[in-house]
Design a protein around this ligand. Sequence first.
Ligand SMILES: Cc1cc2nc3c(=O)[nH]c(=O)nc-3n(C[C@H](O)[C@H](O)[C@H](O)COP(=O)(O)O)c2cc1C
Length: 450
Amino acid sequence: MSHASPDRTRRLHLGVFLDGAGHYSSAWRHPASPTDRFFQLDYYKQLASTAERGKFDMVFFSDRYGIPDRYGDHFRATVRSLHSAHLDPFTLIAALAGVTEKVGLAATVSTSFSEPFHVARQFASLDWLSGGRTAWNIVTSTSDNEARNFGEDHIPDHDVRYERAKEYVTVANGLWDSWEADAFVFDKEAGIYANADKIRYLHHRGRHFAVRGPLDVPRSPQGRPVLVQAGSSDTGRDFAAHAAEVIFTAQPSLEGARTFYADMKTRAAAYDRSADSIKVMPGLMPIVGETEAEARDTEALLAEYADPIAGLAILSDQINYDLSVHPLDGPVPELHDVTGMQSRLKLIAKLVKSDALTLRQLGKFYGGSRLHRKVVGSPTQIADFMQDWFAAGACDGFNLMPPYLPDGLDKFVELVVPELQNRGLIRTEYEGCTLREHLGLPWPAGRPRF
Ligand SMILES: Cc1cc2nc3c(=O)[nH]c(=O)nc-3n(C[C@H](O)[C@H](O)[C@H](O)COP(=O)(O)O)c2cc1C
């Protein structure tokens, strides 16, 4: 395949999606997996420093509120084989802010189980303490089992979740904007601390929230944290096109990724936003070897260890449907009216249509990259793949999902990053300090409301 020469003014953005073991459901069983370090700061410091060495835009941590025990509605099936425990991501990025210098720090907080004043205040504070490196992945959560930790039996319906999320983000934006950047006066002689004309009440009263404001944290270095979203349903895309600056998405095929990319940029334009003001970063699981054969051996090892129940546990949680009610060696059932991730359900239906799978086979497969695109090969092959998607208008960058850690990330940074740098596709040094600068995103202007 020929690779179009890159436009040198346009660079790929790289984030890395981190968790304890890596993304393959069996990652913790890999002989090199440091199972005794999954809850140690030093381990995450090492991972974030590796990302910084590769001059990545950001490190990213996802979140769910509890153990993913929707499969069988009991933790027994889940915790037997799945690496299902993790640290609170906001606490983690706060700790990482003190031990890293340049890399952006993105954490997930769900709008379904928190209050905007609290969360806006935390992000504004951490944006100060990190020198403008924070990002918020706005999610609405997916599973009843998360709702059960917050006094509810069921997660709200998809549309209701997004409705609350929209109001939530409007409030958070209003709070961040409640201080103008030059509100402080600090005139010691006259005794004037701040200019009261530059600080505003919000007086928000809506269906879900009543918030007077203003925030008690002043306008932070980035103005607002970078807003990330990963809704892929129609409602989710619309929300993302309005509110988000970075879009995560699972896109197994080039054709699907191009359609999604074009759709997101068109939707953004409908909200008077420039195509450049949102960065689409599909997930990518790179399985890297010095040679293709070595990469294939790594994949085979991870696949050998993979327990189908672990994959089905992740999926049941994501779609909010207990797949254990169907026989493991029977066909994948057709599912309607589930309330979890709509877009992932569509991808599964497409997969099953082209390839008749049993649930056991689906579980094994899904526990690999969860339908994010996987590329197995040598550094050149992986760089070729990334260049091709970028040149084909399928993405602005990638949210890398190392199959196992730390080696999966080390290999990428040691072997693939120099190849991408030689091609002029990624930076060789950080030019700026804030995450907004890394991503080429503007200072947030205006006060958009839904
Ligand atoms: C890379 C990526 C990371 C995500 N992280 C989380 C997360 O941490 N917590 C969560 O509840 N959902 C997470 N999601 C799910 C999305 O927020 C969203 O629910 C999903 O993409 C389905 O969107 P839809 O309901 O609009 O189809 C993530 C999705 C992607 C693609």
